[in-house]
Design a protein around this ligand. Structure first.
Ligand code: PEP
Ligand code: MG
Length: 328
């Protein structure tokens, strides 16, 4: 037991690579600047998802540009030139803002949420993008939009970003002009149209927490139907495959920042799929690195081929459990 724990610890700062040298990037999800240093200490090579909404939720009023800038800069500085993916405000659904007085909705997760709210509250979006771009002068920032469901939304978000960039340039304010801009894939419509999106984005990051909820029509907060909520559902796996392949055809990369990325059982499957960047709660990083170090890329691709033929979540889980035993 103790020896097993010690062995696990050893993976903290190792690169995530298979036995045949297939290398992937391991990042952490954070919700506040204070979590950046602990993430590094857990072996994170970057921040794959900085959930900025907590900065907004923990305040009595909208945080100013300056306040946001300081928070984003702190994360970027702590990460010392490692990639930091900052996600724009993902409010709505289960997350409320006291000072925005949003109307009660019948289906909050299908309603006024995330990018929909940001596109509608233009000033809020502009302020946040200014703060993020200013922080980009201090390290390696990437910008990510949540819950994009159509090309129109993506293009609107990009257009606002372009205006903000122009404005900062005119003001002589420093920012990184090569900042990558990507989007979360967490709505099935987006996964289905991944080929079209892939031509316009710099990267994708798959949010399985919402993608599972929307694909399977299972409320991620409702324990009563929790038994139906599973990222190993074949429909989810097929969507994930579609997204990764679409991005690679266009020379782009795909990350994953939903819970599936931190599931050791799913890791061989994600290796088989060629997932480029994995982002999870920092505490899971060493375990996933360990699992990856025990598998062979080609065998994972074979495993994927088998799994794609399976039609139930149970069958997928059993196959992955067998694979885990074979490789331990
Ligand atoms: C997701 O939906 O998978 C995700 C990472 O975003 P959040 O959990 O913040 O909705
Ligand atoms: Mg989400």
């Amino acid at each position: 037991e103790e020896q097993a724990l010690r062995q696990l610890e050893e993976f903290t700062f190792k690169p995530a690579a298979t036995t045949d040298g297939f290398r992937v990037e391991m990042s952490a999800n954070i919700g506040s600047p204070a979590e950046a240093k602990p993430a590094l200490e857990q072996g994170a090579e970057g921040i794959g998802l900085y959930r900025t909404e907590f900065l907004f939720m923990n305040e009595a009023q909208m945080p100013s540009e300056e306040k946001q800038f300081e928070a984003y800069k702190q994360v970027v500085a702590t990460m010392e030139n490692r990639p930091v993916i900052i996600r724009t405000l993902d409010i709505g659904g289960d997350k409320e803002l006291p000072y925005l007085s949003l109307p009660k909705e019948m289906n909050p997760f299908l309603g006024y949420r995330a990018i929909r709210l940001s596109l509608d509250q233009r000033e809020l979006m502009v302020t946040q993008l200014r703060a993020i771009l200013r922080a980009s002068a201090y390290g390696k920032v990437k910008i990510m939009f949540p819950m994009i469901a159509s090309l129109e939304e993506w293009r609107q978000a990009k257009a606002i970003l372009a205006e903000v960039r122009d404005r900062l340039t005119k003001e002589g304010v420093d920012f990184d002009p090569s900042v990558e801009v990507g989007m979360m894939v967490e709505v099935p419509s987006t996964a289905i149209l991944a080929d079209q999106f892939a031509k316009e984005v710099d990267f994708f990051s798959i949010g399985t927490n919402d993608l599972v909820q929307y694909t399977l029509a299972v409320d991620r907060m409702n324990e009563k139907v929790g038994y139906l909520y599973d990222h190993l559902h074949p429909a989810v796996i097929h969507l994930v495959k579609k997204v990764i392949e679409a991005s690679h055809r266009e020379g782009k990369w795909t990350g994953m920042c939903g819970g599936m990325a931190g599931d050791p059982l799913a890791a061989p499957l994600l290796i088989g799929l060629g997932l480029d960047e994995w982002s999870m709660v920092a505490g899971s990083i060493k375990k996933v690195k360990q699992v990856i170090s025990q598998v062979n890329h080609e065998e994972c691709q074979k495993l994927l081929g088998e799994v794609l033929e399976l039609s139930t979540t149970d069958d997928v889980r059993k196959r992955l459990e067998d694979f885990q035993k074979e490789n331990n």
